[in-house]
Design a protein around this ligand. Structure first.
Ligand code: THU
Length: 165
């Protein structure tokens, strides 16, 4: 028997002002997408923006539904759009941000568990780490260089002995 210790590596920035230009610009895209979210039930608007290897940026936002569970998170709307429209184009980065009609989001929003799994699928598919830039309306910004920092011990196609590339 042995104890396994896992280290997750994230960088915390005091504010967006400390970010590199590329990261800041992708967050601006995520924010623009957030403003178009359809969130009449939670009133929590999430925006995501994806940078592809070819320089194309894709946006996604949460799409809610009167049948609550079928709504989809911003991250998956964006990453599925990438998969659907640009198959085989590597995903370099995803920026995520959120606001609420009810409170000030003053800390970074990190993807939910299901979205972490979806992002992991694309990292694995393209054998390319995806940089995650996570912010709120204000306050600190978190950056991770790979989803493995948010989802250790992930389940992927290797466990099924299936090749996706
Ligand atoms: N949501 C996202 O879009 N992304 C996340 O990472 C967390 C949650 C959405 C789902 C739902 O529409 C609303 O935020 C409240 O949970």
């Amino acid at each position: 028997m042995k104890n396994v210790e896992i280290h997750c590596n994230l960088t915390e920035y005091e504010s967006v002002d400390e970010l590199d230009l590329d990261d800041r610009e992708l967050l601006v895209e995520a924010k623009a997408s957030m403003n178009k979210a359809y969130a009449p039930y939670s009133h929590f608007h999430v925006g995501a923006a994806i940078m592809l290897e070819n320089g194309i940026i894709l946006r996604g936002n949460n799409q809610e539904n009167a049948s609550y569970p079928i709504g989809l998170c911003a991250e998956r709307v964006a990453i599925f759009a990438a998969g659907a429209n640009y198959p085989n184009v590597k995903i370099k980065a995803i920026a995520i941000t959120a606001n609420s009609d009810h409170f000030h989001v003053n800390k970074p929003i990190t993807p939910c568990g299901a979205c972490r799994q979806a992002i992991a699928e694309y990292e694995h598919r393209y054998a390319q780490d995806i940089r995650l830039i996570m912010a709120g309306e204000a306050g600190k910004v978190l950056i991770a260089n790979s989803i493995s920092n948010l989802l250790p011990y992930q389940f992927n196609a290797d466990d099924l002995k299936i090749k996706t590339t």
